[in-house]
Design a protein around this ligand. Structure first.
Ligand SMILES: NC(=O)c1ccc[n+]([C@@H]2O[C@H](COP(=O)([O-])OP(=O)(O)OC[C@H]3O[C@@H](n4cnc5c(N)ncnc54)[C@H](O)[C@@H]3O)[C@@H](O)[C@H]2O)c1
Length: 244
């Protein structure tokens, strides 16, 4: 179905890199108004130079409620929110070897970041009778990746939140869903220990990583008006690793 995106305001967190950046590229191409949120100003400015008028960079730490609340208080209507901001923390270590501060930081970005931004936009979406929220979770949240306690737990929390929010908004015209990719080559994956990446990729039945094109195509559908009878669900993008 052809979709006119030109009237839609799309907010993408984690916009400066990897999945978030690819999603911004796609929605800018579709001529939506794209608001790219990230911690880092310089890569956002680079993206703005390429995507020009329909990309607006915003520097914000989504792990903190006060700046997120302030950011959205100056906003017009948000039609689509896509939460990509995320960190892995230290990996390739047993749960009992982790540092509480590291685990807390990962939860702060991955879970609280998605909680803060969705908390800020959902009331307006519900009031206007339309909205799409998509949290990027991970296969780690469904299966638990050994060596990745903080990351897996934070993504399981995102999946749990998606179920709650998805049910709470049912019937309002708003949907909340999540997407659980396996491995897609991005700076996040490049920064992981090789052993951890081998562990993750060896579990993919298709025997390869996902591509940004595959990710973007699925995201575009999930946040479109056409995807109107699915809420609270975690879509799969794992080359067969998760069949549930
Ligand atoms: N790449 C994969 O294989 C994969 C697989 C499953 C899930 N994911 C998830 O997809 C999302 C994007 O991952 P990616 O691979 O593109 O990573 P990435 O590291 O390339 O990009 C993440 C972006 O989030 C930003 N960010 C980090 N903390 C932030 C904060 N507090 N506030 C605002 N922005 C912040 C970073 O600056 C960075 O630009 C993450 O949530 C990740 O967990 C990735």
């Amino acid at each position: 179905m052809h979709q006119d995106w030109t009237t839609q305001n799309v907010v993408v967190t984690g916009a400066a890199s990897g999945l978030g950046r690819a999603i911004c590229d796609r929605f800018a191409l579709l001529k939506a108004r794209v608001y790219g949120v990230d911690l880092h100003e310089h890569p956002l400015a680079d993206i703005q130079r390429t995507l020009a008028r329909n990309f607006l960079p915003i520097v914000c730490d989504v792990g903190l409620w006060a700046p997120v609340r302030q950011m959205f208080s100056g906003f017009g209507p948000v039609d689509v929110l896509i939460n990509c901001a995320g960190v892995t923390g230290h990996t390739n270590m047993k749960s009992h070897e982790t540092e509480p501060a590291d685990v807390e930081q990962v939860l702060r970005v991955n879970f609280f970041g998605s909680y803060h931004t969705s908390k800020a936009v959902l009331p307006g979406m519900i009031e206007r009778g339309y909205g799409r929220v998509l949290h990027i979770a991970s296969i780690a949240g469904k299966e638990g990746n050994a060596g990745m306690l903080a990351y897996s737990a934070s993504k399981a929390a995102v999946i749990g939140m998606t179920k709650v929010q998805g049910k709470e908004v049912a019937g309002t015209g708003v949907t909340v869903n999540a997407l659980a990719p396996a491995v897609i080559q991005t700076p996040m994956v490049e920064a992981l220990p090789a052993e951890q990446v081998t562990y993750m990729t060896s579990k993919i039945p298709m025997g390869r990583c996902g591509t940004l094109e595959e990710l973007v195509a699925m995201v575009e559908f999930i946040v479109s008006p056409a995807c109107s009878f699915t809420t609270g669900f975690t879509f799969d993008l794992t080359g067969g690793r998760a069949t549930y």
